[in-house]
Write a protein that binds this ligand. Structure first.
Ligand code: ZN
Length: 56
């Protein structure tokens, strides 16, 4: 019957939700990374991008 079709729809919806969720997680992680690596973890001083690139 339409079981396969319904399953495909559910899978498609799950994929859409997944990509939205992944996007949100990526955005959050990027923000965290910028906040975390934008300043020194030890003294809290801002770290220049050049230094960030030199010491990943
Ligand atoms: Zn420092």
């Amino acid at each position: 019957m339409a079981a396969g079709e319904a399953s495909a729809t559910v899978q498609m919806r799950l994929k859409q939700t997944d990509s939205k969720l992944l996007r949100a997680i990526e955005d959050a992680m990027t923000r965290i990374r910028q906040e975390r690596f934008g300043t020194c973890e030890k003294c809290g001083q801002p770290i220049s991008k050049a230094r960030l690139e030199a010491v990943p």
